[in-house]
Design a protein around this ligand. Sequence first.
Ligand code: SF4
Length: 207
Amino acid sequence: MDPLPLSALNDHLYCERRAHLKFVDGLRGTNEHTLLGDLAHEAVDTPGYEHRAGWELLRALPLFSDTLGLSGKADLVEVRRDPADATHIAAARPVEYKKGPSRRWSNDQVQLCAQALCLEEMFGLRIESGLIFHAASAKRDEVVFDAQLRSLTLATLDALRATLARAAAPAAVLTPRCDGCSLRPACLPEAAALPSRRARLFEPREY
Ligand code: SF4
């Protein structure tokens, strides 16, 4: 089984059709949101490490989970080593960089939780929380990996696999999220809304 990219979970929660278009049909798109996202990631995309406030900072750390069939890269992982054995990681927390302010949607939290599940398997430890850094507000929000978020993450992974196994992409549904979707020019969600509009055009008029 080929591992799925961690970012596909985020895409799937944003829009199932988007996940299919990207990871089955291979479509890519660029808009102002993806460009700003790239800028927010610029500082953390070069592998490396440094120390800050007692934490060792590992940038662009490759992640994987054989159990879940996931792989990807963490923007940043903060780790503390065991003072008695520097080869042993005693604590870790993933940090994800996002271009915008805090959002009510859970897709970023699920992606971060999936990173934590990978780290738990890689380092053999339990990770209680991580951080999302919002470039627009320069704020770090703590995300607690409680039972509810863990179970939503695993359910999303199952749903993602089911979506990607479909021969055709799910139908487009025009929603406000389409405004921020880089695949909109290829997806054409307006076309999906067309039949109902056409039906209204040809409704008999009363005189
Ligand atoms: S344009 Fe809308 S329906 Fe199409 S992939 Fe993007 S979010 Fe989904």
